[in-house]
Design a protein around this ligand. Structure first.
Ligand SMILES: [Zn+2]
Length: 113
């Protein structure tokens, strides 16, 4: 996965806030995907963890607010997609399930069976 793919993928998965290397005493909070996303820099061939918002950019309140809004949006999209799940084939369901919380996995399995 390259940087652009990591960025695109990050927009459909839940985020969380985290402290920078200075710890919780620092006023800033970073935003990262709950499940780490790794991308490869083709020029150097190094692998990095994708970060939605880096250190020193957002204060804790703003970072948590943005993260909450994003996660609520993701959940709405998941619910809408589940409603149209029946048109997906087994392979597509399998791929999509990776994006779902356990709560919604049960619903999807029921519909597929
Ligand atoms: Zn900081």
């Amino acid at each position: 996965m390259n940087y652009d793919q990591a960025k695109e993928y990050s927009l459909i998965v839940p985020w969380k806030t985290t402290t920078c290397s200075r710890g919780s005493e620092c006023l800033c909070r970073m935003i990262v995907p709950v499940e780490p996303i790794y991308y490869t820099n083709l020029e150097s061939d190094n692998t990095y963890e994708y970060c939605v918002v880096g250190n020193g950019v957002l204060d804790q309140t703003t970072a948590e607010h943005i993260t909450l809004l994003h996660n609520e949006h993701c959940e709405r999209v998941r619910k809408e997609t589940i409603n149209s799940m029946i048109v997906l084939n087994e392979k597509e369901v399998e791929i999509f399930e990776k994006f779902l919380t356990n709560k919604y996995k049960k619903i999807v399995r029921k519909e597929v069976d």
